[in-house]
Write a protein that binds this ligand. Sequence first.
Ligand SMILES: [Zn+2]
Length: 151
Amino acid sequence: MNYANLLAVAFEEAQQGFDEGGVPVGAALFDAEGRLLGRGRNRRVQDNDPSVHGETDAFRKAGRQKTYRDKILVTTLAPCWYCSGLIRQFNIGTVVVGESANFAGHLDWLREVGVKVVELNDSACTELMARFIRQSPGIWFEDIGECDCEA
Ligand SMILES: [Zn+2]
């Protein structure tokens, strides 16, 4: 499986989110053959909806699936607790992570239950997120559930 090609779809979503003024995290769900099932992006800002993360958006767009064991969830940034919970809840077999430099996520917590985690350390994903965090730290900290009010 060419994971970089799959990541390109998630990155397009992240870039679109950035251009919309939103949190630039994109994601996509693929089947075992690499066919796209659903794609989405964080729309906290755009929709005023804190529950729309890249991963949950792609997951919902993909509709019902009989099993997720053979599915591949690709995300531009390491998943937060909320999205990691979704991965464990539905037993998603493979998670491809664009980068974990700006946010480490909980990848060991996923590996612990047998999720195959593929880290791509992609520089385009890292740079786009770093740019966003520099430009809109308040929105970023709100997104990961951390208040920056004392800062
Ligand atoms: Zn999330």
